[in-house]
Design a protein around this ligand. Structure first.
Ligand SMILES: NC(=O)c1ccc[n+]([C@@H]2O[C@H](COP(=O)([O-])OP(=O)(O)OC[C@H]3O[C@@H](n4cnc5c(N)ncnc54)[C@H](OP(=O)(O)O)[C@@H]3O)[C@@H](O)[C@H]2O)c1
Length: 290
């Protein structure tokens, strides 16, 4: 049976970032299926509006709020935009994310900093804007989408792994704070999910070479994350396989991990396929807001 998330009565809603594709879109879909009103946030307005149209049904309204989350001023406007819809955020899912694969020095520094802004700063910022209201209402839930790479440093994805590591640390600490006030906080750590993320990071070909059993389904990842949030778990993974991977990586000294990577990368051929503009395309979509 699906557990209920700790939410205030209407007019409360779930705000999901990264809702225009992949895991974020599946989280939004699962929340609407569980009866929550949902606010969809990402840059691509057309995608958000199409999803809102598909998910809206009698008694469930789904709204599109396009926003570039690397833009601090745009993030600052989100609470007022949500209030303008007559809603309070009682569930926050920070799903937006992007990565740059390839040596750190090969991508422009502005792109590397944008990864930190999107994957870490935006999630912390939105927690800062919406969690105090949840604490005040003594009810709420936060799902931050981290990564298996939150646990170990990752050469050739250094900025992404560092941002996700900080997000995991932040989320685990936050889990302990508003708990007495009825607010659940969970870090979801997906492993490898074949979404646009992989193509945009330049890892699409590498993912195609991975065995099917190693790939996770985005909807299943979303459902497992929401189930874990309903139970107020600190960290969630989508399967026993990835649970074992998290446990082993957590106990592995970084020196041993980095040495192991030198003798065999998880993407041995894939790294060679990384185009020069990998990651830049994910972070510099021209179509946002159109
Ligand atoms: N796929 C995996 O294997 C994997 C593994 C571990 C963790 N994750 C994490 O899971 C989360 C979802 O990724 P995904 O795999 O579902 O990838 P995805 O399909 O590429 O989704 C990424 C989402 O982030 C949004 N986004 C990107 N830049 C943005 C910006 N500047 N402002 C607002 N929204 C922005 C994108 O929408 P727009 O382009 O429309 O803005 C999109 O909705 C990410 O945090 C990722 O790091 C993924």
């Amino acid at each position: 049976m699906t557990r209920r998330l700790p939410t205030a009565p209407p007019p409360s809603a779930a705000l999901v970032t990264g809702a225009s594709s992949g895991i974020g879109a599946e989280i939004a879909t699962a929340l609407a299926d569980r009866g929550h009103e949902v606010v969809l946030v990402a840059r691509r307005r057309d995608r958000l509006e199409a999803l809102a149209g598909r998910l809206s049904r009698p008694g469930i309204r789904v709204h599109a709020l396009p926003c570039d989350l690397t833009d601090e001023a745009a993030r600052r406007e989100l609470p007022d935009a949500v209030a303008g819809l007559g809603l309070e955020v009682s569930i926050l899912c920070n799903g937006a994310g992007a990565g740059i694969a390839g040596d750190f020095t090969t991508a422009p520094v502005e792109r590397q900093v944008d990864v930190v802004r999107l994957d870490l700063e935006a999630a912390v910022d939105l927690c800062g804007r919406f969690v105090p209201g949840m604490v005040h209402r003594r009810s709420g839930a936060v799902l931050n989408v981290c990564s298996l790479l939150s646990i170990v440093p990752m050469p050739r994805m250094a900025t992404y792994a560092a941002s996700k590591a900080a997000l995991l640390s932040f989320t685990e600490a936050l889990h302990a704070e508003p708990r007495p006030h009825g607010v659940a906080v969970t870090a979801l750590c997906p492993g490898t999910v074949p979404t646009e993320f992989m193509d945009l990071a330049g890892l699409g070909a590498a993912v195609q070479r991975m065995p099917a059993w190693a790939l996770e389904d985005a909807r299943r990842v979303a459902e497992r994350g929401l189930d874990a949030l309903a139970r107020n778990r600190r960290v969630a993974v989508s399967s026993a396989l990835y649970g074992a991977a998290v446990l082993s990586l957590r106990s592995l000294p970084h020196a041993l991990w980095l040495r192991a990577l030198r003798s065999g990368s998880p993407f041995p051929d894939g790294w060679a396929d990384v185009p020069a503009d990998a990651g830049s395309r994910a972070l510099a979509r021209s179509s946002w807001g159109s």
